[in-house]
Design a protein around this ligand. Sequence first.
Ligand code: SF4
Length: 450
Amino acid sequence: MTTKIESLLQKYSRPGPRYTSYPTVPVWSDRFGATDYQTALRELSETPDAQDLCLYVHLPFCAMACHYCGCNNAVTSKTEVVDAYLDRVAREINLVVDLLGRGRRVVQMHWGGGTPNTLTARQMERLVQLLGDAFDLDWRGEMSIEIDPRIASLAQLQHIRSLGFRRISLGVQDVDPQVQQAIGRHQPEALTKSIYAACRDVGFESINLDLVYGLPLQTSETFRQTVQAVLAMQPDRVALFNYAHVPKLRPKQRHIRTEDLPDVLTRFALFDEARQRLTSHDYVWVGMDHFARQGDELAVAVQERRLHRNFMGYTLRPASNLIAFGMSGISELTGFYAQNDAKLGRYQTTLDQGELPIARGHRLTPDDQRRRAAISHLMCNMELPLATLGEAFDAHAAHFQDMEADGLVDYTADRLVVTAVGRPFVRNICMTLDAYLKPGTSQPVFSKTL
Ligand code: SF4
């Protein structure tokens, strides 16, 4: 007999955007280029009361390649390769600051990758100096870095903390040795625990651990042990990401045997059991796939409805002006998205020619802005005031009535509320509002070739 959850999975389980942007990246155009981005930066420079900035720096290098990885990265152990990349980041920062003006205040910064801790101490200091010369970095803000525990050390963590980073995120994924072998990432649990303890010892104020469910050979039993290991460490935050198996797009994933992947029902159970264990141990479920300990700023923001979402994930601040540096970095300025070239060679060559390496982007229409606000509100608050979309909401009423009949949403007098049953399907609920999706699919109505 088909259970309720099986029938919901059959009906709704299809790949969907994470909606860190709306419209999503496949919709953006390569007709949006460096000139458009320059215009957006100039407009921002002329706005005296513009909000403080957020920065993202993409550091694409990794010491080793993991089979499951979906990031834009490159494997190298050569410091001169990283130095050459930082030369280009320096050029990019200068080009941006020439348009924007020097000394703008930055209240949120994230170094992601790749693996930012492949940088040597000297390279990290250089990057902090470059950014500090160009911007007014407020180190009391949300300043965070991702690290790979396999190449971290106590001395490195002390150095990162001394630079001013207050938050740190560690990749864990799964502690089971067989799962680790299947994903090409050997990371003994004892090593993760010792690096976690070192992060605490050197005084990071917030530590996040990343887990991934849906990986090869994961079972309820193995993943329960992973979650248990994480709970024993008591991180401030846990991210629980869904593995997307797309070997045509990510050739490294061809190392993963399709027959080892858990089926849809098992994947759902992996997430749901982890969610139950985390929320029964004092963690608040944040948005779609994050958890924060009671009292953590993110948990408080959920309770006070101050949660926001941008390319860096869930955040405490609205990011109307997020500037990204590095290959594939995505900037979000009021009314615009712009993405840097995701090919390392082209990113560097374009900067060598003195141009900003924008590969594509999108200028939001008024309709885009309304839908973006609605989708972001849904992803953060699991509800949607009906007035957010105005009359445009009526066009979706039939879809929402269908979801109401399936128990995914409820209507109150003035809002649509995502139910407990519907919350794991919040992406699908948001897809209803996505004007660029072909009805009934997760494919964009159109996509641009780059
Ligand atoms: S998962 Fe992290 S460490 Fe592994 S290849 Fe990807 S970015 Fe590098």
